[in-house]
Design a protein around this ligand. Structure first.
Ligand SMILES: [Zn+2]
Length: 60
């Protein structure tokens, strides 16, 4: 799978555990499967990205 960095704990198969994080002035969504959403200026947008990806609200 692309986007996974060595040392990251593996996600469970079929499990998408999303969370939102910040990068500089931007917020972005991330998932345990290695997916990451685009950088957003608003945290709410990053949350929406995460929800759209996993189908569930992100844990925060
Ligand atoms: Zn995922």
């Amino acid at each position: 799978m692309r986007g996974r960095t060595p040392g990251d704990p593996p996600g469970q198969d079929g499990d998408h555990r999303t969370e939102t994080g910040e990068r500089g002035a931007f917020a972005l969504a991330r998932c345990s499967c290695g997916w990451a959403g685009p950088a957003r200026r608003a945290r709410d947008r990053a949350r929406a990205d995460a929800e759209a990806h996993s189908g569930a609200p992100p844990t925060d």
